[in-house]
Design a protein around this ligand. Structure first.
Ligand SMILES: [Zn+2]
Ligand SMILES: [Zn+2]
Length: 911
């Protein structure tokens, strides 16, 4: 019986657990505390700091199955996905690690045992590689070589040495590195795609399809200081990686990853939805694979808090859902269907990755929403693109320009990747550089370009050398500056280092901007949305000097600096200082932080479990909370949330803060936040008698009891991106101040209205009604007044070329009044022209009327009114017998009316 994919994953973990390894759960796809990486792309990402020596773990052997995404940067497999049977955007990587514990002999022997004894792969199909330096300057890895040769049943002819490109691993240009050793599986000579090519030499790494790499053991034993300088590391590490999909395909003996039981159920689901035969499926494998891969990736991304959007990770999530939707059209799948495929993902993977089950509804809803949104524009985007592809210029040059591709994205939501897919089907490329430029310009124009704040100018090397010197001198422990913002708000200690303009100095002077390092600190460093503390560092020698602290941060392992300005005296290294947090500000921050936890909990209660945190700011004067929710929050819901938070405050619950193992907290249902990095042990904050009210992992500072928060008021609710809402709120004194201000305003209004505060709304309604009545009356009176005035004017018309003409202005008449006055004119004169102007609300307006007999003779009210309106910077028009116009400049009223007679003279034909 063949092993199922899930069993193979589990047997890998069990195998290493039996050999003393700790199971470390997969890190989220969003790497914690690493802004340089878009997605976790290998098992070692969460252990990078151990290899760099900046952190350590309570265990020395670890094993896991890591969720990985490779869709950007150096590892970008997106283009290949679907075209063959092996590439993915999302995949799982099985890994085992030794941190300064076992080394090559154990690692390779275990790999051999696992592959041949546990998974029963035939020994004569396995090949191994080891490092053999082609430049002869780094020692060959003879230890790996000897270890392979010692394995029972290993064929010595199946061991090959390769050089730096294939068998030497480096994290970056400098830093940890070392030789590696791969295991390859041989499918036999018949699998060679180039067997008919007389020039082909068939061997491992020849890229002919005969061999596939099963796994890699990296032995981290050197630190690279420069291009030609390697020094041995005191602690040697093992880092391994094995693609789960690939090993499963080999063990299950199927033709590629998409035929394993990990992925074939997803393809089956697509087939059923498309109603296709097995034959159709075999002829359409590309869309099947793309949909399976992309829906699986999107499901994992969404369960890790990444929702579709326009930049970075969110863009990737959007792009893969849209790309799958576009490939679905090739199978005539038009209606939203991906949630059905995602259900299979949750079903298939939920046991190994419980976060999929926990977020099932959010995954299904988010995918469907994005699918629907795109289906609204997909057809017009495709039609538009086909027009571009049909253009002769594009055809002859073979390339679509970047602005056109950007336009498709900006107006119709067509991601570049899809434009590229479609264009390639007609053998046309897209100018991706041009696309990026257009995108960049658009971002700058929309003000989104300035994403990064002012960077600190000090070189990281300065901090590292200060740190080394202080540790060597015994002034600082190896663990670095002791950080405890929880138990006190003031500490004493000697000034260990001062940095001014990026350079270490021994003394600083008034008005200097400085970074100051003490052996310990009680200042909170911005994290988890909570802002840094501010405060003072003063000389312990009463009043000798004083530094105002504006910020605190951790620029390097072990180093914490306070950033501030000298406001008095001249601090010197070695002097005893007292660091004091600005206490009232900190207490306001703590109120807002605990209130944020309560708000998060009540949002779940009122809106549902999908309302997860997407961003947060905890400042002294307010809190801001962003969360996933697809639609606006009703006033009733908002008031309910606010009321529940206040209820929890008044219940005066004690906060229970406990440090415990990460896995225990997750199993207990603690809310973890994405993009946060958690160690093996975590700080947990529980609020409420039962753990149901709020249970979060959090490194922030909090009040002792919820009653300390005081009043909680929501001041804003709105949308910040598709599917993401924002709530802003205030607590404590700030809430009191806002409430007091509003009450004062209400009191003032009541006083002006001479009524009680609770009567204000009724009174205002009455006043507004009354005002409406008055306005109607004014209108009638004005009309009457204008008519009276006009009656006099009607007695004395001008005579121009034998016809009666009135061109005059009347005060405060609206358009309706002017029109009715022109009727009066027409009743009195059988033949004539009338143009009436008025200024209402400081804007000139005109109405013109001409009797029908004169229209036959060449006059036109519309043309006449245009000539008039031009004088007052206005415009207008209308029919030959009646027209109206408005303008901007009331001062030119009489000049405008002066245009009437010349118009008549120029246009009226004599009979
Ligand atoms: Zn070959
Ligand atoms: Zn928190």
């Amino acid at each position: 019986m063949t092993l199922a994919g899930a069993q193979i994953r589990q047997s890998f973990i069990d195998f290493f657990v039996e050999r003393g390894h700790t199971i470390v759960p997969s890190a989220p796809l969003v790497p914690g505390g690493d802004a340089t990486l878009l997605f976790t792309n290998a098992g070692m990402v969460q252990f990078k700091d151990v290899f760099l020596g900046t952190d350590n773990r309570p265990y020395t052997r670890a094993v896991n199955s890591q969720k990985c995404m490779r869709v950007s940067g150096k590892h970008n497999d997106l283009d290949e996905v679907g075209r063959d049977n092996t590439h993915h955007t999302f995949f799982e990587m099985l890994g085992n690690w030794s941190f300064g514990d076992y080394y090559k002999q154990e690692a390779l022997a275990w790999y051999w045992e696992l592959l041949t004894e546990v998974w029963k792969l035939p020994k004569d199909r396995l090949w191994a590689t080891y490092f053999k330096d082609e430049l002869n300057s780094i020692p060959d890895d003879n230890e790996a070589k000897e270890t392979w040769l010692a394995q029972p049943g290993f064929n010595p002819d199946h061991l090959i040495g390769y050089g730096r490109k294939d068998n030497f691993w480096e994290m970056a240009e400098t830093g940890p590195c070392g030789p590696c050793s791969e295991v390859h599986y041989d499918f036999g000579p018949e699998a060679c795609r180039l067997k008919d090519d007389p020039n082909h030499i068939c061997h491992v790494n020849a890229g002919c399809g005969r061999w596939t790499e099963l796994g890699n053991n990296v032995f981290i034993q050197y630190n690279r200081l420069s291009a030609d300088m390697l020094v041995p590391l005191p602690q040697k590490h093992v880092d391994t990686g094995m693609g789960l999909e690939r090993i499963v395909s080999v063990i299950q003996g199927v033709n590629g990853n998409y035929e394993t039981d990990l992925l074939s159920p997803l393809l089956d689901c697509v087939q059923e939805l498309a109603g296709q035969s097995d034959h159709d499926r075999a002829n359409n494998l590309t869309p099947y694979r793309v949909i399976a891969d992309h829906v699986r990736a999107a499901s994992f991304l969404i369960s890790d808090g990444v929702i579709p959007g326009n930049i970075g990770r969110n863009y990737v999530c959007r792009m893969i859902i849209r790309r799958a939707a576009r490939f679905a059209r090739k199978l005539n799948l038009i209606e939203p269907f991906m949630a059905k495929v995602a259900e299979v993902v949750v079903e298939n993977y939920g046991e190994a990755y419980p976060e999929l089950r926990r977020n099932r509804n959010t995954i299904l809803e988010t995918i469907t929403r994005e699918e629907k949104r795109f289906s609204e524009t997909l057809d017009s985007a495709t039609a538009q693109l086909n027009l571009i592809l049909d253009d002769d210029d594009v055809k002859s040059k073979g390339i679509i320009n970047g602005e056109a591709a950007f336009e498709l994205y900006a107006t119709l939501g067509m991601p570049l990747e899809i434009t590229r897919d479609i264009a390639r089907e007609s053998n046309i490329n897209v100018d991706e550089e041009g696309f990026k430029n257009a995108l960049e310009q658009h971002r700058i124009a929309s003000g989104a370009g300035k994403a990064f704040g002012e960077m600190l100018k000090t070189d990281p090397e300065v901090y590292q050398s200060i740190f080394r010197d202080l540790v060597d001198a015994g002034k600082l422990s190896k663990d670095g500056v002791f950080y405890d913002p929880y138990s006190r708000i003031s500490v004493n200690g000697p000034v260990l280092a001062l940095i001014k303009e990026g350079q270490p100095v021994v003394k600083v002077y008034p008005k200097d901007k400085v970074e100051i390092l003490l052996p310990e600190t009680c200042f909170y460093i911005e994290s988890g949305g909570q802002v840094s503390d501010t405060g003072l560092i003063i000389s312990d020698d009463e009043g000798k000097w004083k530094i105002k602290v504006m910020d605190v941060f951790k620029p390097a392992a072990g180093v914490i600096v306070h950033i501030g300005e000298v406001i008095e005296g001249s601090p010197e290294i070695g002097e005893i200082a007292k660091a004091e947090v600005d206490a009232p500000r900190r207490i306001d921050i703590m109120r807002n932080h605990t209130a944020t936890h309560l708000l998060h909990a009540e949002l779940h209660k009122v809106l549902g479990d999908h309302a997860r945190q997407a961003g947060s700011l905890v400042a002294p004067d307010r809190l801001r909370f962003d969360f996933n929710h697809p639609k606006p929050i009703s006033k009733t819901e908002l008031l309910k949330i606010e009321k529940l938070v206040n209820k929890a405050i008044l219940s005066n619950y004690e906060l229970n803060i406990v440090i415990k193992p990460l896995q225990q907290a997750i199993n207990e249902g603690a809310m973890a936040l994405f993009g946060e990095k958690y160690g093996a042990t975590v700080r947990t904050i529980t609020i409420g008698k039962d753990e149901d009210l709020s249970y979060e992992l959090c490194g922030g500072t909090h009040v002792d009891e919820t009653g300390d928060i005081g009043l909680f008021l929501i001041t804003y609710e709105g949308s910040i991106a598709a599917g993401v809402r924002r709530i802003e709120a205030v607590t404590g004194f700030r809430a009191y101040e806002i409430a007091r201000q509003r009450m004062n305003t209400l009191d003032q209004v009541a006083q002006s209205l001479t009524c009680a505060a609770h009567e204000v709304t009724d009174k205002v309604d009455t006043l507004l009604n009354h005002q409406n009545e008055l306005q109607k009356e004014i209108k009638i009176l004005r009309g009457q007044l204008a008519k009276d005035n006009f009656a006099d004017v009607l007695q004395n018309p001008l005579t121009v070329m034998g016809i009666s003409v009135i061109a005059t202005s009347l005060p405060n008449a609206d358009v309706d009044t002017l029109r009715s006055l022109t009727d009066m004119f027409k009743q009195k004169f059988d033949s004539g022209v009338v143009v009436l102007g008025s200024v209402l609300d400081e804007k000139p307006l005109f109405v013109a009327a001409i009797t029908p007999d004169l229209i036959k003779l060449g006059l036109h009210a519309g043309q006449l009114i245009k000539a008039v309106a031009t004088e007052v910077d206005g415009s207008g028009g209308g029919k030959p017998e009646m027209a109206q116009a408005g303008g901007k400049n009331p001062k030119k009223m009489s000049e405008a009316l002066d245009k009437v007679i010349p118009y008549i003279k120029a246009n009226l034909k004599q009979v």
